[in-house]
Design a protein around this ligand. Structure first.
Ligand code: ADP
Length: 491
């Protein structure tokens, strides 16, 4: 990030951008990466759909001249989109908002509607048109997940053969390989490709009757990234590759893992806006005070000395909740332990936590739903934090936990493996408890190990301090993305 290096024009295409729209880590990455590139003097601009949930008045979004009611024909579908220009709050980054109520005025960002693929093909196409129209000639076009994964292909076709993109190189970041944007081959015309260019589509998929958006990003992006180095290896294997592993292996050197950063403006116990008391490694009494307040708030009746484990999670199979079915009742029955869980998702997991709270009254509390304030309280008040994920491309809560002196208990997968180091009592090194096998005995072992460490206050304080000194800031990650941009563009 030296001042002597050339500044780059970077266009980020993202189906969600924090703080405008968010369902997961993609929104954080898009918002933070654009913010830090901009702060470093690069011409970073974002394109994102103008969902009806975005308050255009609060953003003071203004129409881009000449981009009102632009016709877009995709197969037999006709749309008219407009482009509004705004600035990303607290980041200063220019944002082009693609306005097309027929596609983006829905109750949620993502849908299971039959035109889901069209919503994001249209978004991708409209974003390219917006760049062309305003004369933005990005050196890097950075697309994210399946929603914008056709962009690299478009740049190779009649759609993208334009001076605006002559020097453009493409990057695809895979945030969650579980979502691939698959639609029927019968809808191939929806891509709006000139007939000659359909030869660029994955022919075996077409023959099998489907089109896979993410696969085309993997085939055609100049560089591919995913959100942790370990996950970059994992997705090249049949176990984690979700049937895209062979394509990823074929791209070999083009694939890199870059861990997500943490927004320490939001997640730091020194200044957390959701907490009435703040603390740092030298003043852990503040954490103890928050724990006492939290126990009272949530009607947990265990003594403050009893270790408190936290869970904040989407309740989905990916998160390994099923391992807790056996491990938690067993450990709760055998040892002093309290649990605070927050999450929403599949009914069977919500039911499990509801029953656990009933079976261990005063020791287990569960809140079903999405509650930002409560998620900060759990991070601050808990002693340990559980993430036994089946797979985890990056994961954020383990990194938050480290900063809050809340010892993460995680499975060795994806970003968990890259951000938590198993504690070694002999050397005093390490930041958490890490287990390998995806089974309940392994989680039980990890919980017992953590509780044994908790019973040795000197050891525990060391573990907490080790974690609190870790730095997962976005400033560092931006440099890793820039290195890829520079390698591709020769800048
Ligand atoms: P994923 O994107 O797979 O859900 P991540 O760990 O990357 O997992 O990000 C999850 C983010 O969502 C974290 O910031 C976490 O605190 C937050 N989160 C998850 N569930 C809830 C909830 N029920 N209430 C509040 N925040 C939640």
């Amino acid at each position: 990030m030296s001042a002597t290096l050339q500044k780059l024009a970077v266009c980020l295409l993202a189906s969600e951008v924090a703080p405008l729209s968010k369902t997961g880590g993609l929104a954080d990455v898009a918002g933070a990466l654009a913010k830090y590139l901009h702060a470093d003097g690069h011409d970073a601009r974002l394109c994102t759909p103008l969902y009806s949930s975005i308050d255009r008045a609060a953003l003071a979004a203004r129409p881009v001249a000449g981009l009102t009611n632009v016709p877009l024909v995709l197969g037999t579908h006709r749309y008219a989109f407009s482009v509004l220009e705004a600035t990303l709050p607290a980041a200063g980054v220019p944002v082009y908002l693609i306005d097309c109520p027929a596609l983006y005025a829905r109750p949620s960002l993502y849908t299971a509607d039959p035109d889901e693929h069209l919503r994001f093909i249209a978004f991708t196409r409209a974003s390219l048109i917006a760049c062309q129209h305003v004369g933005f000639r990005p050196r890097i076009l950075h697309c994210n997940d399946w929603h914008t994964a056709f962009a690299p292909l478009y740049l190779r076709t009649g759609v993208g053969r334009d001076g605006a993109f002559a020097a453009t190189r493409t990057v695809l970041t895979i945030h969650n390989i579980g979502y691939q944007g698959i639609f029927p081959a019968a809808d191939v015309a929806d891509l709006g490709l000139p007939a000659a260019d359909t030869a660029l589509l994955h022919q075996n998929d077409l023959a099998a009757g489907r089109i896979n958006a993410l696969r085309h990003g993997i085939l055609y992006a100049d560089a591919i990234t995913t959100v942790s180095p370990t996950h970059a290896h994992e997705i090249c294997t049949p176990e984690y590759g979700m049937e895209l592993d062979a394509d990823l292996r074929a791209r070999g050197a083009a694939l890199t893992g870059i861990l997500n950063g943490v927004d320490y403006d939001e997640w730091d116990p020194r200044r957390d806006r959701f907490l009435p008391v703040h603390y740092d490694p030298a003043h852990l009494a503040g954490k103890a005070q928050l724990k006492r307040q939290f126990l009272a708030r949530t009607r947990l009746t265990t003594a403050p000395e009893v270790p408190l484990a936290g869970v904040v999670s989407r309740l989905a199979a990916q998160k390994g909740i099923e391992l807790m079915f056996e491990a938690l009742p067993q450990v709760l029955a055998a040892r002093p332990l309290a649990l605070a869980a927050l999450g929403s998702g599949e009914a069977k997991y919500e039911q499990f936590f509801t029953e656990l709270a009933r079976d261990f009254p005063g020791r287990v509390t569960f809140e079903a739903g999405y509650d930002e304030a409560q998620s900060h309280w759990i991070e601050a008040a808990s002693d340990l934090f559980l993430m036994p994920s089946r797979y985890e491309p990056c994961g954020l809560n383990q990194m938050y936990s480290l900063r809050y002196g809340t010892v993460p208990v995680v499975r060795r997968t994806g970003g968990l493996a890259d951000s938590v180091e198993h504690y070694d009592a002999a050397s005093g090194r390490g930041t958490g408890v890490v287990f390998n096998d995806f089974d309940a005995p392994a989680l039980t072992w990890a919980l017992d190990t953590a509780l044994d460490l908790y019973a040795r206050p000197g050891e525990w304080a060391r573990l907490q301090r080790n974690g609190m000194s870790q730095d997962f800031s976005w400033e560092r990650r931006t440099g890793e993305y820039l290195a890829i941009y520079r390698r591709l563009s020769g800048a």
